[in-house]
Design a protein around this ligand. Structure first.
Ligand code: C2E
Ligand code: CA
Ligand code: CA
Ligand code: CA
Length: 280
């Protein structure tokens, strides 16, 4: 029994050890990823459902690892959070996005907007003074509402009073705020009264199974009605089919984002997509 036990234990720890070794290995590679230019920001268009127009895009980070290929942000962002590298990486993404939005506004108009994901770790702790973000925005003479930050409900239910101050600082310089993965985090909606929010992003888990008479459609419609009464706009994520699009449009959802329209693409490709579309 002892052997058997030890055998299982060994097997178990070996798998764990390999996983944690792999993680440590990625963490050490990630340290050099920025300087080696392995990170790239992709952009995914966000479509206004009524008009079909595109005035927004979400910045999504990609890591092209020389040995392991493209590593998903869902895998390496947690590593960046644990190791503290999220600060440096987050700063870099933000700087890329503000320069990109400035450039695209000169081509497609001043209402063009880019949204950037922010981890809770980027708000918490003393390290997090975003003064240099605000300085960069001033330096570029960025207009109000050029940048949206996407945060999760998890951040807003924390008791940390400084989070409110930080969000207010962002709002003061004209940054808008979106709640990402809305509906998946916490049951309390009290934070919607407390914080000044601009967008709710309906999580893909609701969009995925949208069908006439589905409970997900009822939930999406309730979210849209509530959001509109509170003065917020709604973006549905993960729209993959024409039927999902039609249903979302029928319940007056404001924006859609998903493979049905466009996948996330590098900045250069985004420009050619956009030019094709506007020439149609
Ligand atoms: P998210 O913010 O919820 O981003 C949406 C994810 O859905 C993206 O995955 C996007 O590529 C994917 N997606 C878009 N349309 C569709 C669709 O029609 N179907 C399906 N199945 N998926 C779709 P991605 O790019 O792999 O990013 C995963 C997560 O990593 C993001 O989820 C976000 O939480 C995080 N992330 C990405 N970039 C950054 C970043 O710069 N900073 C931080 N802190 N997190 C980031
Ligand atoms: Ca997001
Ligand atoms: Ca999301
Ligand atoms: Ca998500």
């Amino acid at each position: 029994a002892k052997d058997h036990g030890r055998g299982c234990f060994h097997f178990f720890t070996k798998a764990l050890q390999e996983a944690s070794e792999f993680r440590a290995h990625l963490a050490s590679d990630l340290r050099h990823a920025l300087e080696l230019r392995q990170l790239e920001v992709y952009y995914q268009p966000i479509i206004e459902l009524n008009s079909g127009e595109i005035h927004k895009a979400e910045a999504l980070l990609r890591w092209k690892h020389p040995a392991h290929g493209c590593i998903s942000p869902s895998d390496f962002i947690p590593i960046a959070e644990d190791s503290g590298m999220i600060h440096e990486i987050g700063d870099w993404v933000f700087m890329q996005a503000v320069q990109q939005v400035r450039q695209w506004q000169t081509v497609w108009g001043e209402t063009f907007q880019i949204s950037v994901n922010m981890s809770p770790a980027q708000f918490i702790g003393e390290k997090n003074n975003h003064r240099h973000w605000l300085d960069k925005m001033q330096e570029l003479h960025l207009l109000q509402n050029s940048i949206v930050i996407e945060i999760t409900e998890r951040l807003l239910v924390s008791e940390d009073a400084k989070i409110m101050d930080k969000l207010l600082n962002f709002r003061d310089v004209g940054i808008e705020i979106a709640i990402d993965d809305f509906g998946t985090g916490y049951s309390s909606l009290a934070y919607l009264k407390k914080f000044d929010i601009d967008y709710l992003k309906i999580d893909q888990s609701f969009t995925k199974n949208l069908a006439p008479d589905s409970s997900d459609l009822v939930l999406c419609e309730a979210i849209v009605v509530m959001a509109h009464k509170l003065g917020l706009k709604v973006i549905a994520e993960g729209v993959e089919t024409q039927e999902q699009h039609n249903l979302l449009h029928s319940i007056r959802c404001d924006y859609g984002q998903g493979y049905l329209y466009f996948k996330p693409v590098p900045a250069g490709e985004f420009e050619s997509l956009f030019i094709k579309r506007t020439c149609k």
